[in-house]
Design a protein around this ligand. Structure first.
Ligand code: OFO
Length: 172
């Protein structure tokens, strides 16, 4: 019998993952609007990755015989000031998500739900990666400064990001 408190908390997290997807699609639209197609592509891959995160939880709820209840999504942010602003918002958002994953893990410990703890371990590790990646791009953007050529090079590099399905463990 799937623990109801855990089920509700996971349904809340499915909503957050889908909201994360929307936020990154909104950032992709910003980057496309300022002719930075590589940055936009990176955000579109991030959009897909967040959908994959939602599905990981979705499948898990069904694996445990629980019920998925979708919730309304909030309005994503718009009107980003610069690439740096978008990635600083990305990092702040991922730090917030890390807090929610940690709370979920703490609940699974409190409820002695061992399989949920194991399931959540993947997300605990994933959040380390999410924060590190955003932090690395912020550092590169700060080094780039006002150098348009360096920004174009970074745009080309970020545009190489593969789809989540090609990243192996990301979507397994
Ligand atoms: Fe960005 O890791 Fe899910 O939300």
């Amino acid at each position: 019998m799937f623990n109801k408190k855990i089920q509700n908390a996971i349904n809340d997290q499915i909503q957050r993952e889908l909201e994360s997807a929307q936020i990154y699609l909104s950032m992709a639209a910003y980057f496309d609007s300022v002719n930075l197609p590589g940055f936009a592509q990176w955000m579109k891959m991030q959009f897909q990755e967040e959908q994959a995160h939602a599905f990981r939880f979705y499948d898990y709820v069904f694996d445990r015989g629980g019920q998925v209840i979708l919730q309304a999504l909030g309005q994503p942010p718009t009107g980003f000031q610069s690439p740096l602003d978008a990635f600083e918002q990305t990092l702040a958002h991922e730090q917030k998500i890390t807090g929610h994953i940690n709370d979920l893990y703490a609940l699974a410990v409190e409820e002695r739900d061992y399989s949920s703890q194991i399931h959540l371990q993947w997300f605990v590790e994933e959040q380390v990666e999410e924060e590190k990646t955003a932090g690395d791009i912020i550092a590169m953007l700060k080094r780039t400064g006002d150098n348009e050529q360096a920004l174009m090079m970074l745009d080309r590099e970020l545009g190489q990001r593969p789809a989540p399905a090609e990243e192996g463990a990301e979507t397994e």
